[in-house]
Design a protein around this ligand. Structure first.
Ligand code: 5GP
Length: 140
């Protein structure tokens, strides 16, 4: 497997070099909205420490982002009124990974509403801002 590339887009977000719609942050994890959501509230959870994907991530960091993903899934159910939550995580190109800093997708779902295809449509900034505010408030 190739080594971690510190110039990947999520590394730049983690360093504050690029903006994001932040939903949650602690000393070991950052969660922000996917700018091309497959459903409203689609959130990405990342460890702050460099890890290309699940394969090279220390188990403690993996356990921590699972806990954060659970918090976000709970907020999706309570605050966003989701009927369910899809959690996805891709490893290497052959596994569907596009951005090579480990991230878990937490996707709120409504009954009978299919997910949009990946990277189908960039969400409007106003909608992302409002959603990030709502989720962040539920997670403090
Ligand atoms: P994966 O690597 O798991 O296949 O997916 C990468 C995800 O990152 C996609 O869902 C895509 O929409 C999202 N994405 C790509 N570029 C950006 C970006 O600049 N900011 C944010 N917040 N999400 C991005």
């Amino acid at each position: 497997m190739p080594s971690y590339d510190p110039n990947n887009i999520f590394a730049k977000i983690l360093r504050g070099e690029l903006p994001c719609y932040k939903v949650y942050e602690d000393d070991k994890a950052l969660a922000f909205l996917d700018i091309m959501p497959r459903a409203p509230g689609h959130t990405l959870v990342l460890p702050k420490a460099p890890a290309r994907n699940l394969i090279d991530c220390p188990a403690e960091d993996l356990a921590h982002i699972a806990k954060v993903a659970q918090k976000i899934a709970q907020a999706a159910m309570t605050t966003l009124g989701a009927d369910g939550v899809t959690v996805q995580q891709f490893n290497e190109s052959a596994g569907g990974q596009v951005v090579f800093h480990l991230h878990v997708h937490v996707i709120p779902r409504k009954a009978g509403v299919p997910m949009k295809p990946p990277a189908a449509e960039k969400e409007k900034p106003e909608a992302l801002e409002a959603m990030a505010r709502k989720l962040a408030a539920a997670l403090t």
